[in-house]
Design a protein around this ligand. Sequence first.
Ligand code: DX5
Ligand code: ZN
Length: 220
Amino acid sequence: MKLIAPSILSADFTTLGDEIRNVEAAGADWIHIDVMDGHFVPNITMGPVIVEAVKKVTELPLDVHLMIERPDQFIPEFVNAGADLISVHVETCPHLNRTIDLIRCSECRAGVVLNPATSLSTIEWILEYIDFVLLMSVNPGFGGQSFISNTIDKTRQLKRMIEKKGLSTLIQIDGGVNEKTIYSISKAGADVFVAGSAIFGTGDYKKTIKKLKDKLTDPS
Ligand code: DX5
Ligand code: ZN
């Protein structure tokens, strides 16, 4: 089962409720929420208040991607706001097991995120304790950047690592996912596809999401 997670970073914030209802009606599977603190990444975006508001307008799982320093300090707030999945960057967590335990002691599913240049070896000993791995295919901070192509090889290697351990950890890819890139990412073994600028702002979300889903298995 492959899933599409629209990133609301590219949505029209003046009509955020409608944007979310529209992607839900168009076949989105998760809603991806990018939280940035202006320290770990060079941009500031949303916090728990937005998660709480989004929760009121959709039944879809809320996938909260924390691009923040000291995530432990804020995880309980995001849980209370209605997050269903929370991912933290390995680059921000010196005590990763503790952080993952903090996420999983709530009902939330836990993910670990790797920047494009961060090695897969950094998650070798956490893999069995998490629900998903998010491989960044751009340097985090902004929507609309180009896909970094060696993420394909990294995805293949991660897939092998997961299979070798006999796990069912999901692989999520974030950054530059669009109609042109999604097939090779899918073929490499990814399960969840975050897409911001490839969805929001396009006229017909139903058509856009259908096209992305078709392209998961069809390269033409
Ligand atoms: C980047 C964010 C992404 C971003 C993706 O730091 O984590 O979720 O919104 O945007 P696109 O799909 O436009 O590359
Ligand atoms: Zn993201």
